[in-house]
Design a protein around this ligand. Structure first.
Ligand SMILES: *[C@@H]1O[C@H](CO)[C@@H](O)[C@H](O)[C@H]1NC(C)=O
Length: 284
């Protein structure tokens, strides 16, 4: 065998190996579109890293190129470090229109040394008011961590480093609308909300620290695409499509809800004088 044919044999193996190693991360190139921010959003490192930035004149944002009807999205995020008071890094799925569905993660920054708040919410057919907030068990500024949204016909699960922190089960049988017919996209943005985000607007953004940046990598999207308004799931359906919480995951969820949850719309009867939303009476 001469040198050239050895090299041509080797090349496919190298390629296959590379594909196997990176199979769980999708390039940002071609799969997300930076939609605003006039150059403040950047795709770097051959599509493996995405960076959003925010300064006094603008934030920035991106969205997934494809729409989907059910999916599991994983993303590693490292949010604005240091004094990030007033900044909000939003990472969510959303459909469009006045009766839209939306599944949210929002990271509310804080002054140096004080913890971020992880804010979550869900809109179903235009109705939100389903906030739950958490203190993470780590500082999300110092490292990348994986934040996932699983959305299938039976439940929506928010995960942090594969630990479920929140679940919204399909309770249509109890009259709770469930997102299942409007296609969504993934969106993410970094913007300023100094008027409300940090301690109710008392702590303002320190613009001398600008530009603020949040970083993304390890994007993975297992999705059902949409054709003629219908969900087209891949023939090789991942387990995510049927996934619910098994007893061990349910136990993890309960631990996080007990130890890390700082706000729960289901416990805020002052805010809902006419009665809590119907899903609140369902014991998980
Ligand atoms: C910032 O830190 C303070 C003090 O720990 C806390 O009360 C507040 O909720 C935090 N704000 C946010 C937006 O997380």
């Amino acid at each position: 065998m001469n040198r050239e044919s050895a090299a041509s044999l080797l090349l496919p193996f190298t390629l296959i190996y590379a594909l196997a190693v990176f199979a769980s991360a999708t390039s940002f190139i071609g799969n997300v579109d930076i939609t605003w921010g006039d150059g403040r959003g950047l795709i770097l490192e051959n599509g493996n890293l995405l960076q959003l930035s925010l300064d006094h004149s603008s934030g920035s944002g991106f969205q997934s190129h494809q729409e989907f009807l059910f999916g599991r999205i994983d993303m590693q995020i490292k949010v604005v470090p240091g004094n990030s008071a007033g900044t909000v890094t939003a990472y969510y799925l959303s459909s469009q229109g006045t009766t839209h569905d939306e599944i949210d993660f929002e990271f509310l920054g804080n002054v140096s040394g004080e913890p971020y708040t992880l804010h979550t919410n869900l809109y179903s057919q235009g109705k939100g008011n389903r906030e739950q907030q958490f203190r993470l068990w780590f500082d999300p500024r110092t490292d990348f961590h994986t934040y996932s949204i699983l959305w299938n016909p039976s439940n929506i699960i928010w995960y942090v480093d594969n630990t479920p922190i929140r679940v919204f089960p399909n309770l249509e049988s109890k009259g709770v609308p469930y997102p299942k017919s409007q296609p969504m996209r993934l969106y993410s943005s970094l913007w300023d909300a100094e008027d409300w985000a940090t301690q109710g607007g008392r702590v303002k953004t320190d613009w001398s620290q600008a530009p603020f940046t949040s970083k993304y990598r390890g994007y993975n999207a297992d999705i059902c695409t949409v054709s003629g308004g219908r969900s087209m799931c891949p023939a090789t359906n991942g387990p995510w499509l049927k996934q619910t919480l098994d007893p061990a995951s349910l136990q993890k969820l309960r631990n996080v809800q007990q130890n890390n949850m700082i706000y729960d719309y289901c416990k805020d009867s002052r805010r809902f004088p006419g009665g809590l939303l119907p899903e609140c009476s369902v014991q998980l």
